[in-house]
Design a protein around this ligand. Sequence first.
Ligand code: FAD
Length: 128
Amino acid sequence: MSKINIKPYYDVVVIGAGMGGLTATAMLSKAGYSVAVVDAANQAGGYLAGFHRNKFRFDTAIHWLNQCNAGGIIHTVFETIGTDYPKAISQKRIKRFIGDEHSYLLTDNPDELKIELQQKISTRERRH
Ligand SMILES: Cc1cc2nc3c(=O)[nH]c(=O)nc-3n(C[C@H](O)[C@H](O)[C@H](O)COP(=O)(O)OP(=O)(O)OC[C@H]3O[C@@H](n4cnc5c(N)ncnc54)[C@H](O)[C@@H]3O)c2cc1C
């Protein structure tokens, strides 16, 4: 393991190297501050890092990310930090929820699902 060169002074010390802490650290560094990030765990990533139990590896997160298109918060953060980030493909149809009595499609326009749910719920209430 390479030796860590700890400075006697930092402008900012970020506690926690999860996605929030790492993002804050990267953005503050980009803005010219000297930043140290510390974590109680022996690896960075927080919830993103996953964990081992017995002989199994558990990938805890992330399964999907919103706001990756231009103007979205993820895109804006990546653009602020640098340009060498993975580019996302825009998705119209995101996820379908299927149950015994329902089948809902979440699209890139959550208002569509909201209207559909409102209509279904009011129809169900009229029946009861
Ligand atoms: C099963 C699962 C699935 C998920 N799926 C998605 C998804 O699909 N899409 C999505 O956007 N989000 C998802 N999330 C949520 C996402 O993973 C979290 O919101 C995000 O990773 C949280 O980041 P964080 O930096 O806020 O916190 P954390 O990841 O919890 O990081 C906090 C860090 O702080 C450290 N720490 C805590 N206390 C101290 C201390 N006193 N001193 C030093 N260090 C400390 C911890 O060790 C940790 O590394 C999922 C979460 C889970 C659990």
